[in-house]
Design a protein around this ligand. Structure first.
Ligand SMILES: *Cc1c(COP(=O)(O)O)cnc(C)c1O
Length: 375
């Protein structure tokens, strides 16, 4: 169906969607109702008390208390996505020095650091095929930075689960190293919180950045959370000079509408679903095991600890070379079977996610990939 020049979007309603960007953000029925009801501009400001995060009708203030509790932190603010949470921390902390990150970091972390005037250093990964980051390497790199620049980094960032390989890195070890060097620690949980349970302070994190539309079953736009430990409240959540109730780092009031309502509506469901994380990992491991029966090589850590699966697929690349639809054949073969979420044209290497699929769907996806590969 069209509205003007636009085609109405139809994905989750009619297909099995494997797009890793989208599986953890798939909305609940309650979120969809909340989004429509709060769709108009500044809808969330009907009962404004002076700032978004202290609003009690709807109960944003109460929600933020519950969320910081859920994340094992002390305070939380809504943000325009994970990137605004990261940028807010970097900007507040930056003394114009450096930031130590992992080599699998997201582009938005690097861009945020650049905007905050921080020079980026990276802990390398171990390359093909696993691309693993060793958390213990953070200590050596912190020393290297000190030698090179004369000071320790202003901030350390770890991508808990990266968006390229779906590798999970143990934050506890990085947290301990940061404590030893008295460097604040920002944990980027764009692909983890909302899917799996996270208790930030127990992991040694000072700051947690979350992505609602990626991992908390929230749509309706961009939404994120910045959660912090108590000792940082004054610095990170500081209000304006003449606008005390408006936190500077989120420009006073951040996400002002349906996306925040979607996150609030999905939250009871998210709190339950994180308890089923082990089952989600089993599904991903099962699919990888099935796919490697044909000429497909998994990339990233093995066995997997996350639903994001990156694979190298010579089997489809060979078929594409002799196919009249070329690289697009795979996209159409899958779509014919009711499966979408692949980048059209890709056959060499691609990413998929099993998150939130039923076991029947996972088995059907595995069978479909094998069948198309000629098994
Ligand atoms: C997707 C992603 C982000 C960006 O999240 P937004 O909420 O869209 O800003 C940040 N970090 C990682 C690791 C990601 O995968």
């Amino acid at each position: 169906m069209n509205i003007g020049n636009y085609q109405l979007r139809d994905r989750e309603e009619s297909f099995i969607n494997l797009n890793p960007l989208q599986t953890g953000g798939r909305t609940t029925p309650d979120a969809r109702k909340a989004i429509i009801s709060y769709i108009d501009g500044y809808s969330i400001c009907d009962w404004c008390k002076g700032a978004l995060h202290i609003t009690t009708e709807p109960d944003i203030a109460g929600f933020l208390i519950d969320v910081s509790d859920f994340l094992g932190m002390d305070y939380a603010l809504p943000t325009n996505g994970c990137r605004e949470a990261k940028y807010g921390v970097m900007h507040a902390i930056s003394k114009g020095g450096s930031i130590l990150c992992d080599a699998n970091m997201h582009y938005s972390s690097e861009i945020s650091a650049e905007r905050a005037g921080l020079k980026v250093y990276k802990v390398p990964n171990n390359g093909e095929p696993e691309y693993k980051v060793n958390p213990l390497d953070y200590a050596e790199k912190i020393e290297d930075i000190k030698k090179e620049t004369g000071s320790y980094p202003d901030l350390v960032l770890l991508t808990h689960v990266d968006g390229e390989y779906g590798n999970l890195v143990d934050p506890k070890q990085v947290g301990k190293i940061c404590k030893d060097y008295s460097v604040p620690f920002l944990l980027n949980t764009a692909y983890s919180s909302g899917r799996m349970e996270i208790k930030g302070k127990k992991l040694g994190a000072d700051f947690i950045a979350c992505s609602g539309h990626k991992s908390w079953a929230s749509g309706g736009g961009n939404i994120g959370i910045l959660a912090i430990s108590e000792e940082w409240e004054e610095k990170i959540f500081k209000g304006g000079t003449n606008w005390k109730s408006k936190p500077i780092e989120i420009l006073g009031c951040s996400s002002r509408g349906s996306s925040l309502m979607a996150m609030m509506a999905s939250f009871p469901y998210v709190k339950e679903r994180v308890k089923r994380w082990d089952e989600e990992v089993k599904k991903a491991r099962y699919l990888v095991e099935e796919l490697t029966k044909i000429d497909i090589n998994p990339l990233g850590e093995s066995p997997k600890n996350h639903d994001l699966i990156k694979i190298d697929t010579p089997v489809y690349d060979k078929i594409a070379r002799g196919h009249k639809k070329k690289g697009y054949f795979l996209y159409y073969e899958l779509k014919d079977r009711g499966i979408i979420g692949m980048k059209p044209g890709r056959t060499k290497r691609f990413k998929i996610s099993t998150y939130g699929l039923s076991w029947d769907q996972v088995k059907y996806v595995a069978e479909s990939f094998l069948e198309i590969g000629g098994d």
